[in-house]
Design a protein around this ligand. Structure first.
Ligand code: ADP
Ligand code: MG
Length: 249
């Protein structure tokens, strides 16, 4: 629930189905994400986790069902779609920074182009955000000059610069060298503590236990199990979840 007491979910998916040709990738998904909630999505590769994320900011269309974001059905085009995209930040496994722009430019581009902020205002806020994720000293470097962990923290600052209502994280630490995983997770835990609504696809149990309100286990295009992190990790109910956990723990 938010500070203004809005108890309606920020996102609600009802009977959502998605196919790629003959492949039924999302099967009757029913799921809500509450305001301020951290939802961790976990499950085997190919289970539909990325597609689920991508339907929420409409990088993918759906074949049937409804998705309601902040009280309204997802817009399909025009200004409303552009607004949705700026309200739902996304952080990918592969950082997706602009290679020929500095770290600060990566963070200020959206606010200047989409939000029509002045360069001065965008840079001031951009520096605050880089400070928040611990890389202000790197502001004038280019992405290739930074470590993977620093690049991913830049991507998080870039998402925050749009003042999103929610951030989707799709395996944000999977491409990182092990020693850099924690610095990115720490930033995400901070965000969670600050009340950001987050959907996080990750296999990082430590993060789930520290930050998640709920864990959703997805496999074969379905939500197979939904529980608190403690219950899910210590007491998985389905054989599928037990089997999956035995392989990653
Ligand atoms: P996960 O993120 O859980 O690994 P994905 O959502 O990426 O799963 O993929 C679910 C299934 O959909 C996989 O079988 C994948 O190959 C398939 N898929 C994903 N994107 C596309 C696409 N654009 N076209 C065709 N098939 C796709
Ligand atoms: Mg994926």
């Amino acid at each position: 629930m938010t500070e203004n007491g809005d108890a309606t979910p920020l996102v609600r998916l009802e009977n959502v189905n998605k196919r790629f040709g003959d492949l039924h990738v999302l099967k009757d998904i029913n799921l809500t994400v509450d305001r301020g909630e951290v939802l961790v999505v976990i499950g085997p590769s190919g289970g539909g986790k990325s597609t689920l994320c991508r339907t929420i900011n409409r990088l993918e269309t759906i074949d049937s069902g409804t998705i309601v974001f902040d009280g309204k059905p997802l817009p399909s085009e025009g200004k409303a779609l552009a607004r949705l995209r700026s309200e739902v930040g996304m952080v990918f496994q592969s950082f997706n920074l602009f290679a020929h722009k500095t770290i600060l430019e990566n963070v200020t581009l959206g606010p200047i182009k989409v939000r029509k902020q002045s360069r001065e205002a965008a840079e001031k806020r951009g520096m605050e955000l880089l400070e928040r994720v611990g890389i202000a000293s790197q502001a004038h470097k280019y992405p290739a000059q930074l470590s993977g962990g620093q690049q991913q923290r830049t991507a998080i600052a870039r998402a925050l610069a749009m003042d999103p209502k929610m951030i989707l994280f799709d395996e944000p630490t999977s491409a990182l060298d092990p020693e850099m995983v924690q610095e990115v997770l720490d930033v995400m835990v901070e965000l969670a503590r600050d009340g950001m609504t987050m959907m996080v696809v990750t296999h990082e149990m430590g993060f789930a236990r520290r930050a998640a309100n709920r864990v959703v286990f997805m496999a074969g295009g379905q939500v197979v199990e939904e529980n608190t992190p403690d219950e899910f990790f210590t007491n998985p109910r389905t054989d599928r979840a037990k089997d999956f956990l035995s392989k990653i723990l």
